[in-house]
Design a protein around this ligand. Structure first.
Ligand code: SF4
Length: 310
């Protein structure tokens, strides 16, 4: 096994074909609405992170109904993960948050994934989610945008939080018996291989359960787009993306589930995305190189638990 594939994990855990159902709710982000910042992260388009969702004016129940019918019929899916994807899905009044979560607890939903920022996770929300898990038997995963562990880079890409908030949120989520999925941009040009390896180590040390690797995409009308157009930043090569991702996997705990090795990017307003090739070709290239060079997830996971004493 090259790495812990998400699809294998789902099959094994739920004994059924499981698909994610994106759900869109009317939320914004503190890094956009002025609470922390107004421009958003350097790479963020106005859609937030998701770009394939139904309107947020449709109720959560109805979105689940529409999407489960469509995905169930087209992909023969039997069970579903409700995925709150766009913007910061914990940045709203607690009563509203509870209402959306209760609306997601319907038959055939085995898990709820909630995408948010590390500085937007409270004890109150987590205690509520823990009670949902216990009452309905629905697994809860909090998807935290980390992007990099280099706090200088976090500052440069205007995340509005540093590494400390990610550490705090991860520990707190673990304490509530819920799972963390970390989003990581492997090829940020301000980072180097050492940062990526350190990222894998920190994620592993924190007991994160899942990881989603992304490549950096550049959209028109974003801060990153401006820097790219002015020639201030240059994307790393595809070869380097592949090498960084493989090293990241080698240092990652073998227990962590890999949701994806590379993301799909929005087609519209894209100035640079996946080196002009499709995500699945890059995905295959990573797997081929790992096979050829006999590399696998966790091969270099030997640094925790007092490694110098051994
Ligand atoms: S935290 Fe997410 S939604 Fe908010 S500005 Fe950054 S990328 Fe956009």
């Amino acid at each position: 096994m090259l790495y812990n594939r998400f699809s294998d994990y789902l099959k094994e855990k739920y004994k059924a074909k499981v698909y994610k159902l994106p759900v869109n709710i009317p939320v914004t982000c503190p890094n956009r609405d002025g609470k922390i910042g107004t421009d958003g992260c350097l790479f963020c388009g106005e859609e937030g992170a998701g770009f394939e969702n139904l309107s947020n004016q449709i109720s959560v129940k109805e979105q689940i109904n529409i999407n489960s019918k469509y995905i169930g019929a087209n992909y023969k899916a039997e069970k579903f993960i409700v995925y709150f994807q766009n913007f910061t899905n914990t940045y709203l009044p607690i009563n509203k948050f509870k209402e959306y979560i209760y609306d997601s607890c319907v038959p055939n939903v085995v898990s709820i994934y909630i995408s948010t920022r590390p500085d937007c996770v409270s004890d109150e929300q987590l205690s509520f989610l823990q009670s949902i898990k216990n009452e309905y038997g629905i697994d809860i995963v909090i998807e935290l945008g980390l992007q990099t562990v280099n706090y200088h880079t976090l500052n440069m890409i205007k995340r509005g939080h540093t590494l400390a908030e990610f550490i705090d949120a991860s520990l707190n989520i673990n304490k509530h018996d819920l799972d963390v999925c970390a989003h990581y941009i492997v090829d940020l040009p301000m980072d180097n291989m050492e940062d990526v390896v350190e990222g894998a180590k920190i994620i592993s040390a924190l007991g994160v359960k899942q990881v989603k690797c992304h490549s950096m995409y550049i959209l028109e009308g974003t801060g990153l787009g401006d820097l790219y157009n002015k020639g201030v930043i240059e994307p790393v090569s595809l070869e380097e993306y592949i090498d960084r991702t493989i090293s990241f996997l080698e240092y990652l705990s073998p227990d962590i589930i890999i949701q994806r090795l590379i993301g799909r990017a929005p087609k519209e307003r894209s100035l640079f995305c996946n080196w002009g090739t499709s995500w699945w070709k890059i995905h295959d290239m990573i797997e081929e190189k790992m096979t050829m060079e006999k590399k696998r997830q966790g091969l270099k996971f030997d640094y925790l638990n007092g490694s110098a004493c051994r």
